[in-house]
Design a protein around this ligand. Structure first.
Ligand code: FAD
Length: 501
């Protein structure tokens, strides 16, 4: 049942997952919500390409923590399962090294122990101790930190006892934390490689981020039937049922403000939409610099944004491949011999590593309907430095070189994916990512998750200097990734309801 309309309109800028979640939460609180998306399709980075019978998810290839989706739909009085069917991806991920060494992660503890033991004989007790420790960290993080709107670091941490603070291992590196449980450098490399998406190397990021690999093992990895985009369609459907108004092909050029208060939006077609509350789902520093550029009150906020660290860019290939690809499962991460060197190149030297780390997702392995019968949809993701770090770039040449390196590496593992089998190719460079979705400096995942960029240290989801101005999505709290941006929508709605009451 749709809630009664209030007279208070909210304009949301951007229809990414954060914007769609904020829209649902605000609507259920009775706000009159209109969402403006510059592209023809909703979803933002979680978009869809359809070509020659192949269907590709542009960004997220897998969903974790499905409980977040269930809670979101339940908050609106609906059952997630009535909107989306989830396929389990098992094994969750395989890691491959150039010499053929392999680690296969699984949500089944016995399989996980067997795979770890192949790299480190007798790894069982270490695996169990790792899981126990990471579980405590995960529970602590989610029950006391992640989803709380808190401006004061002191108050944020005051929820934790000293023992709990120590338990989070914030002062030890992720790689060091993994070393407590695993002697094998291969296991540490694999579980530490998650740092890439958080915007740091496992040698710098805090040990509490063992919750990432743990979360995937504990809650599994999932592919919605029809691809991750089915989640976007479900969110759109539920929003529409509740009465949210969508405007696509509607680029916002300015967030209007006067006398310290937001007034609404100016659109590219010169139309104006009046609203006393605006929630921007556009990356927070881009919102401040480009959409609120005229608002001097935000100078301090912008100054902070300039000092923030951001996650890398990515080059992504979408290949429609004839036939099945043997020798890989759904989700494979290819690690280089020189693991430290690759992270140094990415995060310190500002260059694409000579030995590439990259990942491949073959969604049609789990959902064959995503490709013509008997064929495969192949998604390749290669992390790169950000645009400002790379400097001027001859992208066609870089893309050709990356394609060759990927195919060479596959040949090394006897994986039968050759150039002549690629019937369709789309490529997004960091420039494309930046232009399509308004990303800051081509950063694929938004602001990094270093210790001093989480919780109250992260860009806040409201602007105290500008009444009625709110933010949602990857670069504000709690952070990046599907579950986090969905939670971000809930946290932003909570800010709105508590401040605008
Ligand atoms: C290649 C890649 C792979 C990933 N893989 C995973 C994964 O496997 N699992 C996972 O959980 N996460 C993954 N992520 C992260 C996840 O996709 C993001 O954290 C999440 O989608 C970000 O959502 P958002 O709502 O913050 O922002 P966005 O998706 O960027 O949404 C912002 C929206 O604002 C719109 N917009 C911008 N400017 C304007 C304007 N001026 N006017 C109107 N609209 C505007 C954009 O077009 C966009 O639709 C991946 C990301 C990438 C890039």
């Amino acid at each position: 049942m749709a809630p009664a309309m209030t007279t208070k309109p909210v304009a949301i800028v951007g229809g990414g997952l954060g914007g769609l979640s904020a829209a649902l939460h605000l609507r259920r609180h009775g706000y009159d919500v209109a969402l403006f998306e510059k592209n023809a399709q909703l979803g933002g980075r979680a978009n869809r390409i359809v070509a020659h019978g192949f269907q590709f998810d542009t960004g997220p290839s897998l969903l974790n923590y499905p409980w977040v989706c269930r809670e979101l739909f339940a908050a609106t009085g609906a059952r997630f399962e009535d909107y989306v069917t989830l396929h389990a991806v098992e094994p969750t991920i395989s890691f491959l090294w150039p010499d053929g060494a392999k680690l296969i992660l699984s949500s089944h503890v016995d399989r996980l122990i067997a795979s770890c033991s192949a790299l480190e004989p007798g790894a069982g007790p270490g695996v169990m101790a790792f899981l126990r420790d990471a579980r405590l960290k995960y529970d602590l993080a989610f029950s006391k930190l992640v989803t709380r709107n808190e401006d004061s670091a002191l108050r944020w941490f005051s929820k934790l006892s000293l023992a709990e603070m120590a338990r989070l291992s914030v002062w030890r590196s992720l790689y060091g934390q993994l070393g407590k449980y695993f002697g094998s450098s291969r296991i540490r490399e694999a579980l530490g490689s998650y740092g890439m998406y958080l915007g740091g190397s496992p040698f710098d990021l805090p040990g509490m981020f063992t919750i990432l690999p743990y979360g995937e093992m504990a809650y599994g990895l999932w592919l919605p039937k029809g691809g991750v985009y089915a989640l976007v369609e479900a969110l759109r459907k539920r929003n529409t049922e509740l009465g949210v108004a969508f405007h696509t092909n509607a680029a916002v050029t300015r967030i209007n403000a006067a006398h310290g208060h937001v007034r609404g939006l100016a659109l590219a077609d010169d139309a104006v939409f009046d609203a006393p509350i605006v929630v921007s789902n556009v990356e927070a520093p881009v919102t401040d610099a480009r959409l609120l550029g005229h608002e001097n009150a935000l100078a301090r906020r912008r100054g902070r944004a300039n000092r923030l660290r951001f996650t890398p860019g990515v080059v992504t290939f979408y290949w429609g491949v004839r036939g099945l690809v043997h020798g890989m499962g759904h989700h494979t991460i290819f690690l280089p011999n020189d693991y430290r060197g690759a992270f140094r190149d990415l995060f310190r030297n500002g260059r694409i590593p000579s030995q590439l780390p990259f990942y491949i997702s073959i969604a049609s392995e789990t959902d064959p309907d995503l490709a013509p019968r008997g064929d495969s949809t192949v998604f390749v993701l290669i992390p790169t430095p950000r645009l400002s770090e790379l400097g001027p770039c001859d992208w066609p040449a870089v893309v050709a070189s990356l394609r060759n390196q990927i195919l060479d590496r596959l040949r090394l593992h006897d994986i039968d994916l050759t150039q002549d089998r690629i019937a369709h190719e789309t490529v997004y460079t960091p420039e494309d990512w930046g232009e399509r979705f308004g990303l800051h400096d081509g950063s694929a995942f938004g602001a990094a998750h270093t210790l001093f960029q989480v919780g109250p240290f992260r860009m806040a989801n409201y602007a105290p200097e500008l009444a009625g101005m709110y933010y949602t999505g990857a670069s504000t709290t709690p952070g990046t990734g599907i579950p986090m941006v969905l939670l971000s929508g809930a946290m932003t709605a909570q800010r709105v309801t508590s401040r605008e009451a």
